[in-house]
Write a protein that binds this ligand. Structure first.
Ligand code: ATP
Ligand code: MG
Length: 416
């Protein structure tokens, strides 16, 4: 393999002032972890001002494809490039660089190799240099010009095209080394997983909540899933769905995802028996939020996350959202609030949750969904319904039992 390193670029985290060292440290650990998980042997992962550098040493050739896939799932990475790293030479500064660039170019041209050029032979090129190390004797413009000329002399056989070339030979001159690359892969962006704090995600088996979880994770939130299971009204398969969704999210969370599973059957039954049909969904959601808040306290989490979406269904009118969240003091994050369904579906496909979400098993909400739910419930109505419910069942005891029943599993990533 030509490459001996991967140069990692990150964006937003560079802006975060005094948190920056912590964020960089976290990103570095997560890059290391992702590569370990992908079985890519790595000599070391270093922080170099404004970049993270993965030293591949003598990793086998097939390791690169695995590294690319693993790193495209590390939040905080804006882009990365497999690169040849050379020592900085102050005499004859471009000699080794031209050699390495030529080897990479031959690879790109000769094999019509897959990847950024989509298997197509490039028809134009340019050199794009960046000099971060100011003691290097050539400016970036000089490097562009001289390295371009050197590649032409060696017979690259392509015209230079500065605006939109098919092939870009990037050269980054840094104090610790010069990096030469011909590929740049996008990362998922966002912030390193876990730097923002922890939150509890209400994870159903549907399309929306896993996407909401992923978007929260991308903002650096460590997510713990909470699934409400109403066996035997809902099947083991419905639970399996939630678990598999958690296992997809684990791929983006350093390889593990904690799922709490709450046995919600008794709460459901009480609602079914004692609450008028049109308010059942509202009351059920309020119970879910109450339980979720207590689980969040156990987890030392600071917020709740749902897949709710403004006006998508009856229980998601502004009135409903208000009546439901009135039971909790915690911030309720709804990353999908303003999405169109098509946007959510596209995201679900992209992150790999869609195929699991559309498996046919009912979740507890579909089964208990009334024919005519109240679309604009008022808080007073919900409170009155709960007072009536309290005349027949001990709500506090019901909630406490549900919280106690909430088991915890550490999920591993779903195999690809
Ligand atoms: P989803 O596609 O996420 O199921 P939805 O569009 O079907 O969402 P609802 O069924 O009204 O909407 O659920 C709204 C939100 O409530 C879900 O996004 C999820 O966060 C939470 N929720 C619903 N059912 C469950 C459940 N069984 N376990 C955990 N959370 C749930
Ligand atoms: Mg649902």
């Amino acid at each position: 393999m030509l490459f001996n390193s991967i140069l990692v670029r990150y964006g937003e985290i560079a802006l975060k002032g005094k948190n920056r060292p912590e964020f960089e440290g976290q990103l570095k650990r997560q890059v290391q972890q992702a590569l370990d998980m992908a079985n890519v042997p790595v000599d070391q992962v270093e922080r170099a001002y404004g970049r993270i550098v993965v030293d591949l040493g003598t990793a086998p050739p097939d390791a690169l494809a695995r590294a690319v896939q693993a790193m495209s799932r590390v939040f905080g990475i804006v882009s990365f490039s497999p690169a040849v790293r050379l020592p900085v030479e102050l005499e004859n500064p471009l000699e080794g660089v031209a050699e390495a660039a030529w080897a990479l170019v031959q690879e790109e041209i000769g094999m019509g190799s897959p990847g950024s050029l989509a298997g197509r032979r490039p028809r134009s090129f340019k050199v794009d240099a960046r000099r971060a190390y100011k003691r290097f004797p050539m400016s970036s413009l000089e490097i562009n010009r001289e390295l371009g000329a050197a590649l032409l002399r060696r017979g690259i056989g392509l015209p230079v095209e500065v605006h939109n070339p098919d092939l870009t030979v990037s050269v980054e001159v840094r104090q610790e080394g010069i990096y030469v690359s011909t590929r740049e892969y996008p990362g998922p962006g966002g912030l390193p997983y876990g730097v923002t704090g922890k939150a509890v995600l209400l994870l159903s088996g549907g399309i929306d909540s896993p996407v909401a979880g992923w978007m929260s994770m991308r903002r650096g939130i460590e997510v713990v899933g909470l699934h409400f299971h109403s066996y035997p009204f809902t099947s083991e398969e419905a639970l399996r769905k939630a678990e598999d969704l958690g296992r997809v999210l684990a791929r983006w969370a350093g390889g593990k995802f904690r799922l709490r599973v709450c046995h919600f059957t008794e709460v459901q039954k009480a609602i079914q028996r004692h609450v008028p049909e049109e308010l059942r969904i509202t009351i059920m959601r309020r119970m879910m939020f109450r339980i979720a808040e207590r689980i969040a306290a156990q987890e030392e989490a600071l917020a709740l996350i749902t897949g709710e979406n403004v006006a998508q269904v009856a229980s998601q009118t502004l009135e409903s959202l208000g009546v439901i969240e009135a039971v909790t003091q915690m911030p309720v994050l709804r990353p999908l609030a303003m999405f169109d369904k098509m946007e959510t579906i596209a995201k679900a496909k992209e992150i790999g949750t869609y195929e699991i979400s559309i498996r046919p098993y009912e979740d507890c909400c579909t089964i208990f969904t009334p024919v005519h739910p109240k679309t604009r419930p008022r808080l007073a109505e919900a409170e009155a319904a709960e007072e009536a419910l309290a005349a027949s069942v001990d709500i506090e005891q019901l909630l406490a039992a549900a919280v106690d029943s909430t088991a915890s599993t550490e999920l591993e990533p779903l195999p690809e």
